[in-house]
Design a protein around this ligand. Structure first.
Ligand code: AHG
Ligand code: MN
Ligand code: MN
Length: 342
């Protein structure tokens, strides 16, 4: 069997130190801390079914969603790892109402980065042994170093991201991340605990034929999205396209990143602002997708340019191969135009 793994992630980070241009090693240490937590969560996810980690805890998060045991476990592991290593000055998580301020033991609040995360994405897939993920987004703080973090450190537009990535706990565990100079993917060798560069310089294919949407909500979608779905299903040229929907943003976007495609989570009558969270789901996935040559929009605006006003803000989200996203935006603009003429 050919061994395609070229180098470890540690070697890659050292080799690409210029990616961390503002850094004194702080960002690479932060990425290493995230990887450590990812290995712990990966180990636990792989044992789900054998240990008592499946099922609900009986609590809900600030967004009213039921928390699963693995949601809470992953959240604790990532937070504890980052807190113990005093590597960031603040953390915001899907599972916590408010952001966490980290006080260094000796140096006060001297770290310059904040992390925002979805510790376990696609929780509803855990019970049925389908891929889940972790999403993270890293910003340089705005408030002065040495003081406690403030809300403005977290409410930054996605264009300010210093790094973003996801971990996919799938048939193998992978990390895919960007520091704004392309996207690279690494696969975990569980026997050794090292991540190896398996997907160098990932590019979102332009020759895309896959659309990913929870079509069960069709009747609740805006007209432009309904029109686009019908376009995808029409028998013409390269169409109909293929539909693929796992129900875990990380897994769906990862597939689309590799094979090309569009992921859609529109506003619905039930959720007029959409379901996905801007800060720790959409912005990091948008940054990665754009860095791979794709694009991400809320239907009208570039995701990365939206100015957040709340920590758990939601947004409609369309992300993937640039030509498919452009086509969708045309359908939405046409529907808007018809609406204003009425
Ligand atoms: P989370 O498990 O972090 O709450 O996220 C679930 C999200 C996302 O991963 C997925 O794409 C979407 O919810 C699926 O929603 P539907 O079940 O409504 O299709
Ligand atoms: Mn999620
Ligand atoms: Mn989650």
């Amino acid at each position: 069997m050919k061994n395609i793994a070229r180098k470890t992630l540690d070697e890659f980070i050292i080799e690409r130190q210029e990616d961390f241009k503002y850094s004194t090693g702080e960002l690479s240490r932060l990425l290493n801390s995230i990887l450590l937590a990812a290995r712990v969560v990966s180990y636990k996810v792989n044992k789900a079914g054998l240990v008592d980690i499946l099922g609900a805890v009986g609590t809900t998060n600030v967004q009213g969603e039921d928390q699963k045991k693995l949601d809470v476990y992953a959240n604790d592991v990532f937070i504890q790892t980052l807190v113990n290593r005093e590597i960031v000055c603040g953390i915001a998580s899907e599972e916590n109402d408010n952001f966490i301020t980290i006080q260094g033991l000796d140096e006060g609040h001297n770290n310059k980065y904040v992390v925002l995360m979805d510790p376990l994405d696609g929780s509803s897939n855990i019970e049925v042994n389908v891929s889940v993920g972790t999403i993270f987004s890293i910003y340089r703080r705005i408030s002065p170093i040495g003081s406690p973090v403030t809300m403005e450190d977290f409410l930054q537009p996605g264009v300010n991201q210093v790094a973003a990535g996801y971990i996919l706990y799938g048939t193998s565990t992978m990390i895919v991340y960007t520091t704004g100079r392309g996207v690279n993917g690494f696969t975990l060798n569980p026997a050794i605990g090292s991540f190896y560069l398996s997907h160098p310089d990932m590019r979102c294919s332009k020759n895309a034929k896959t659309y990913s949407i929870n079509e069960g909500n069709y009747v609740h979608f805006p007209q432009g999205v309904k029109d686009y779905i019908k376009y995808c299903q029409e028998e013409k040229d390269e169409r109909p396209y293929t539909a693929r929907y796992i129900g875990s943003l990380v897994s769906d976007c990862h597939r689309n990143l590799i094979t090309g495609g569009i992921y859609l989570y529109p506003s619905t009558h039930k959720a007029p602002k959409g379901k996905l969270r801007l800060l720790y789901e959409c912005n990091p996935m948008a940054f990665i997708t754009e860095q791979a040559g794709g694009s991400a929009t809320d239907g009208r605006n570039r995701i990365l340019e939206l100015q957040p006003t709340e920590l758990h803000q939601r947004t409609p989200f369309y992300c993937g191969s640039a030509n498919m996203v452009e086509k969708l935006k045309d359908f939405i603009a046409q529907a808007d135009e018809k609406e204003t003429k009425k």
